[in-house]
Design a protein around this ligand. Sequence first.
Ligand code: 13P
Ligand code: SF4
Length: 338
Amino acid sequence: MITAEQLYGKLKDIRVGNPLCQFTEQICETLLPTIERIEELKREKNAIILVHNYVAPQILYGVADHTGDSYGLAKKARESTADVILFAAVRFMAETAKILNPGKMVLDPNPDGGCTLADGITAKDVALLRAEFPDHTFVCYINTTAEVKALCDTCVTSSNVYMIMERIDNDKIYFLPDRLMGENVKKYLQAKGVNKEVEVYDGTCYVHEEYQPESVDQVRHNFPGVEILVHPECSPGVVDKADYVGSTSGMLDHVRGSDHESFFLLTECGLTGILESEFPNKQFVGTCTTCRYMKANSLEHILNVLGNPAPRSIIELDPKVQQNALRCVDKMFSYLKD
Ligand code: 13P
Ligand code: SF4
């Protein structure tokens, strides 16, 4: 188990974000009893804790067994032999863990943790679209509910969307729900000379849609030599100006392997915090955009849910939805075999 000193060592260089992401040794000491209690419960219940890269740093560094992007964490959930999987992120990620490993108890400490993408489309919307576009392959971003996944042909994540869309054996694709990601993939396919008719749904991520191409120009001008990393949920105008486009873990890995000294990440600022902790001597041009849903996770909620989960925090799926959603998510894994 981590000590207060070790925790402070991980958190002390984080500057980005709001004051809630900044830590003193004293704060770390006050967090320790809750962290200890969570660790005890993990042992008692044979539980693991999966934490998305955007979640608050005291959770990432204090109690996580695995951290990562939505793809990496889905894989961890799928492979887990623990009895209980607690997923500190947003609802669709916890649901995906249940889809992939239905025999486990999957706990969501943040049951109201929506996502503007996942909340922007219902199964009924998809059913109507399928009737309107009967010849299209329906591709859903992982940021969707289990009910929506159950009606789609394959799922994708930000780490594999370009590759899977290229590999799909149909020249007619309906991509949902992220319009900006869909437009980015369309441009990518066109640039590669891959001829596909791609229809896109009109959803967006409220965090990533805010970034403007002008901000990228301004940062390049103010910080010569800066490397600019962008999440594919950003608009094509922003993505076109990036040095690297990828998932949250893709961006972390890219910085870890880069010789550059300064970086600007256009994504939720938790990611920049992780890098500030790992590379205190490099420069990170801060964005202060937080995802309110991811940041709604807390150590207190995790402790309460592990100790005595309320029914709303235990993921339950209709068996038919689970089966069909699994077919959809498994299809994604099948594209990634070679
Ligand atoms: P990643 O899979 O890249 O972590 O993205 C999840 C997400 O919700 C980004 O906003
Ligand atoms: Fe959803 Fe955007 Fe938050 Fe990611 S950052 S969970 S896409 S609202």
